[in-house]
Design a protein around this ligand. Structure first.
Ligand SMILES: Nc1ncnc2c1ncn2[C@@H]1O[C@H](COP(=O)(O)OP(=O)(O)O)[C@@H](O)[C@H]1O
Ligand SMILES: [Mg+2]
Length: 285
């Protein structure tokens, strides 16, 4: 990350998982546009398609055919070779559509994949992870391994009750209790904070869970237009209201304090973090 004086700080690569209880609430849209807005701020970003069975970032961003996560897992290439150049300076690691092997990975195989990302640590500031919806073992594992979890909700009872179930499932792993909540597809006249507070009420009985309001994104038809153009809306429609929302989200995201402790054994960029902690201690001594 850049300091105000333009110097690069010690690398502290951060993985941010974008998830939801219910499908269709806008996870992929948020992941793509948050990543593009971070790139526009000069951050080095890789976007990972972690919807292992219904991958769609390659379609959404019209990526040319090439290596993907299945090739990495089956040893045909290293992770660096699976990083593809997308529009707007985005770098993407795509998954595969309808590959049953990908959705049947074991916990250990996924842990290996999470560890493989350490290879990219020195090269990037952010790994933005587009997860599958719901409480699948893969989604829970990716969320637990990421430093930040952003849960996307919209003002529908099913979105809220499924988000609540997701919070409970992640809490029950014993390794995740803090969640950022983004309200998407906000209609004119709707108060997104009220939607957020309804989720807070639903999760109220859960001890030690902390939900933080991460902002809102308006319902905007340019999202669909940009998707048809294979572009992030942020770059295809810079003046759209939805673009300002993603730009604000990218700015705020950089200010979120880093969790100070590791969440467990299988965490993205763990080596990187340990290395930096040792370096920081040396600087202090
Ligand atoms: N803020 C928004 N305004 C308008 N349409 C949106 C918005 N966010 C998402 N969409 C649309 O909603 C649908 C589902 O979004 P998507 O990002 O694929 O959700 P998910 O990844 O959660 O399944 C897509 O057609 C997308 O274009
Ligand atoms: Mg999706």
């Amino acid at each position: 990350m850049m300091t105000p004086t333009g110097r690069r700080e010690m690398t502290r690569t951060r993985a941010l998982a974008v998830t939801s209880g219910k499908g269709g609430v806008g996870k992929s849209t948020v992941a793509v546009n948050l990543a593009a807005a971070l790139v526009a701020r000069g951050e080095r970003v890789v976007l990972l398609d972690a919807d292992l069975s219904l991958a769609n970032l390659d379609v959404l961003l019209e990526l040319a055919p090439g290596m993907n996560l299945a090739d990495v897992l089956e040893g045909r290439c290293g992770l660096t070779e699976a990083v593809r150049c997308g529009p707007a300076g985005l770098r993407v690691v795509p998954a595969t559509q309808g590959n049953p092997k990908m959705s049947a990975l074991s916990h250990l195989e996924r842990a290996g994949l999470i560890q493989a990302f350490s290879e990219l640590g020195p090269e990037i500031d952010w790994l933005v992870i587009d997860t599958a919806a719901g409480m699948t073992p893969a989604t829970l594992q990716f969320c637990v391994a990421a430093q930040d979890v952003l849960i996307v909700i919209c003002d529908e009872p099913a979105s809220l009750s499924d988000a609540c179930a997701m919070v409970r499932a992640l809490k029950e792993t014993g390794r995740r209790s803090r969640f950022r909540i983004l309200v998407n597809m906000v209609a004119a006249g709707e108060d997104p904070r009220a939607t957020f507070l309804r989720l807070v009420d639903l999760t109220d009985s859960m001890a030690e869970v902390s939900l933080e309001y991460a902002g809102s994104v308006p319902y905007d038809r340019t999202v669909a237009t940009a998707a048809r153009e294979g572009q992030p809306v942020v770059t295809a429609h810079p003046d759209a209201p939805v673009t300002s929302a993603f730009t604000k989200l990218a700015r705020d995201t950089g200010r979120w304090p880093l969790p100070s402790t590791a969440s467990g054994q299988s965490e993205f960029f763990l080596e990187n973090k340990i290395h930096n902690e040792v370096m920081e201690r040396r600087v202090r001594i």
